[in-house]
Structure formats: structure tokens, C-alpha cells
Write a protein that binds this ligand. Structure first.
Ligand code: PMP
Length: 415
């Protein structure tokens, strides 16, 4: 057990966690920063910033091909980082971890490699109305190329996947069910285990978009039973530009390469080229070496956190938020899922979300406003967008109070 986990008090010392994140210690528009845009990207602890900086200061070289010491060091750190991700996700084999530039790139990889080689006219890909655009549009592109169809899985007014409708949609035509673990727009935690078992019953594969889940609780990917799992480093206290595709080995083995170039080949010749083994088959070109190292540092950092306590802390922040929200006349929480993770989406009667967002920024409070890259969901809910506050391990009850001071001010000014 790490020093911090061993020292963790009952409850959770968010103030101490907060001090690990240098960016949080600043004034915005004359007020101490309250950062509540964690679903868009999380902040980075000092150790991640240092790992990236140290890599560039001491070890920078290209990976895998070099015979010199720096290249050896860079390769070692890069492959150690892959192992750190494999351990973090509970992957049986490190070869199942493919580096990508993020969740979006990982979904595109599956859609274009598995999808184009497998889908036939009349086949179906189910995605929920809760999805981020990055789990809709790649499937639409592949559907257009293959003659397959993308069918949305209905959601309830509470913002939960309607499992009865899913059951009705599932038949032999469905080849893939692609859903997020947690909705970035509403915070809904989707019943992935149940969705996987329903999909498996008709022989469909399941892709889980874990962009929003991994920062909130430890995810054992094999235990989910899905075929693909994708995530982004930057939503997990790591850098931007790095992410992961995890896949079942047999599927990854059978899938054709998505991008061609250096590193992904075994031998290039005219007229035919043979391809490298996993995971390199899917990693054409120079990878984001510093990004991978930064992500591994973020995973190490999470290892110093008592994650059970962190979850309880985030749940307490959301519970207090809902209490305070209930006292604000004209405030409507958008989506009322029974199980939500760290996200509070709302509308304030008589105000536009972007006006509320700008007023909060004037008070040093960073939230996101708009459709949250989930336009179909907004259309389904009959709204143009929301104001979204999203919590992380370093937010405090003081942050929640500041948010509501801001909301009350917005109400006085606009509503
Ligand atoms: N899926 C979900 C649920 C997300 O929240 C996001 C980022 N907002 C993405 C996919 C896309 O992630 P990225 O931009 O890091 O590729």
C-alpha cells in the first residue's frame, strides 16, 4: 500500500490532493480558481508534469529502432508505460494495449479496421442516444462505406439507456454495440455488464467508451466482458494526445491494420508487405512517447490515492450539489440517472447556458456549456445544451458552495 493510502484518513483529504495540482493554485478574474470542467479534461499533478519534462530533458529519442543508449531508455520507458496501462486495466496481456492519440482515435481504429473488414450490407451497429459524437460518427462513416446501419438505442427521460428497447433491437443483424461507460453530458453510469450479456446473447461485440469512467473508479476491463475498451490519457490526469485501445487478443490479431507506415510492418516489399505483431501492427509512425510516459506517471499517481475514499468523496460532492440545486427555484437538473458519476448538468430558467458559463467564469469558476459533443442526446431531451459542472478528486465542498454562489448571482442578474 502506498504512503498516502496508508495515511488516508477516514473521509478524504481533498485539500492535500489539491496541492499536488499546481494549476489549481491561481486566481482567475480576481477569484481563486474553481475548476469544474473535469469531464472535458482533468488537471495534471506535479509528478506528471515532471515525468514529461524529465523525459525531454534526459531521455528523448525515438523508440524501438535505435541502438544507442537514449533510444534504449526511451523504449524502455515507453514499453513500461504500456505495462502500467495493462496493469491499470487488468489486461491479461500487455500486447492487448494499443497506443492511440485518444478515445476518438481508438474508436476510429476499431470502426475502420474491424468495421470495414467485417460489416456487410444490412448489418447493424447499435449506439445509444447518450453517446459522444466520437462514438457515433466513426460508425456512420463505416456504415456509409459498408452498407451497414447505425441504429440508436433509446434513452429514457432520466437519461438512462432503455434496456427494454435495447432488448427489442438486439437480433442477429447486430454485430456491434458501442456504448459509453459514463455519459459525459449527464454523468449516467451505464449498466455495462448487463449490456454486454444482452449483446453476447445475439453474438454481437461490445465496445465500451471508458473516457469518463476510469478517472472515477478502478475499472477491471476483462471483468466487464466487453471486446474493446477505449480511454484518453488527458481525462485521467495524464497529458493530451495519448490514449488507449484495449481489445480481445483474437479480435486484434484478426483485424487488418488501420494506418500504414513505419513500425507497423514486418517487411516492406513490392508488391506485398507483411505486418508487425501486436500491438505494433496498429501503431504506425512515431508514437507519443512523452504522452505515454506522462500517462504512466498519472497511473502511478492514482496508485497513491485511496480510490474507494476518492469515490465516496466525489459522491458526497454530487450529493451536496443535488441538495443545493433543489433549493434553487428555476434550476432544472438535466438527466436524473439513478447512478451518476461526478457530473451535474443543469439549466437555469430564463437564462442561456453560455451566459451562465461566462458569469461563472467571471467569478473564477470553470464549467462547460453547450451540447457537450452529444447533439443527438440534446435533441432527444429537447434542449440546445446545458451548463455542466464535473467533479474530480481535487474538488472540495468549498468548490460546490462557490458554484452555488455563482448560480445564485446568475439568477439575480439574468433570470
Ligand atoms: N467519449 C466520451 C464519453 C468523452 O467524454 C470524450 C471526451 N469528451 C470522448 C469520447 C472523446 O475523447 P477525446 O477527445 O479525448 O478523444
Amino acid at each position: 500500500m502506498s504512503a498516502r493510502a496508508a495515511n488516508a484518513l477516514p473521509g478524504f483529504d481533498a485539500e492535500s490532493v489539491r496541492r499536488d495540482f499546481p494549476i489549481l493554485d491561481q486566481q482567475i478574474n480576481g477569484h481563486p480558481l474553481v475548476y469544474l470542467d473535469n469531464a472535458a479534461t482533468t488537471q495534471k499533478p506535479e509528478c506528471v508534469i515532471e515525468a514529461i519534462s524529465n523525459y525531454y530533458r534526459r531521455d528523448n529519442a525515438n523508440v524501438h529502432r535505435g541502438v544507442h543508449t537514449l533510444s534504449d531508455r526511451a523504449t524502455h520507458a515507453f514499453e513500461q508505460a504500456r505495462q502500467a496501462v495493462a496493469d491499470f486495466l487488468g489486461s491479461p496481456r500487455v500486447e492487448q494495449v494499443i497506443w492511440t492519440s485518444g478515445t476518438t482515435a481508438a474508436i476510429n481504429l476499431v470502426a475502420h479496421s474491424w468495421g470495414r473488414s467485417t460489416l456487410r450490407p444490412g448489418d447493424r451497429v447499435l449506439v445509444s442516444w447518450l453517446e459522444h459524437h466520437s462514438n457515433i460518427v466513426p460508425w456512420q462513416l463505416v456504415a456509409a462505406a459498408t452498407g451497414a446501419e447505425v441504429i440508436p438505442i433509446p434513452v429514457t427521460d432520466a437519461g438512462e439507456i432503455d434496456l427494454r428497447s435495447l432488448a427489442d433491437l438486439l437480433d442477429g443483424r447486430v454485430k456491434m454495440v458501442a456504448v459509453n461507460h459514463v455519459s459525459n453530458a449527464l454523468g449516467t453510469v451505464n449498466p455495462v455488464l448487463e449490456i454486454v450479456s444482452m449483446a453476447k446473447a445475439v453474438g454481437a461485440l461490445v465496445l465500451v467508451d471508458g473516457a469518463q469512467s476510469v478517472a472515477h473508479w478502478p475499472v477491471d476491463v476483462p471483468a466487464l466482458g466487453c471486446d474493446f475498451f477505449v480511454m484518453s490519457g488527458h481525462k485521467l490526469f495524464g497529458p493530451t494526445g495519448v490514449g488507449v485501445l484495449w481489445g480481445r487478443e483474437a479480435l486484434l490479431e484478426a483485424m487488418p491494420p488501420f494506418m500504414g507506415g513505419g513500425e507497423m510492418i514486418e517487411r516492406v516489399a513490392f508488391p506485398t508487405t507483411t505486418f508487425n505483431s501486436l500491438p505494433f501492427k496498429f501503431e504506425a509512425g512515431t508514437p507519443n512517447i512523452a504522452g505515454a510516459i506522462g500517462l504512466a506517471a498519472a497511473i502511478d499517481y492514482l496508485g497513491t490515492i485511496d480510490r474507494e475514499a476518492a469515490m465516496a468523496h466525489e459522491a458526497a460532492l454530487l450529493a451536496r450539489t443535488l441538495e443545493l440545486a433543489a433549493e434553487v427555484e428555476g434550476l432544472r437538473r438535466v438527466g436524473t440517472p439513478a447512478h451518476a458519476a461526478g457530473i451535474f448538468s443543469f439549466l437555469l430558467e430564463g437564462t442561456h447556458p453560455s451566459d451562465v458559463g461566462m458569469l461563472l467564469d467571471q467569478q473564477g469558476i470553470a464549467v462547460r456549456t453547450g451540447h457537450h459533443c452529444a447533439q443527438p442526446l440534446m435533441e432527444r431531451l429537447g434542449i440546445p445544451g446545458t451548463v455542466r459542472a464535473s467533479y474530480s478528486i481535487y474538488n472540495t465542498q468549498e468548490d460546490v458552495s462557490r458554484l452555488f454562489e455563482g448560480i445564485h448571482k446568475a439568477k439575480r442578474l439574468f433570470a
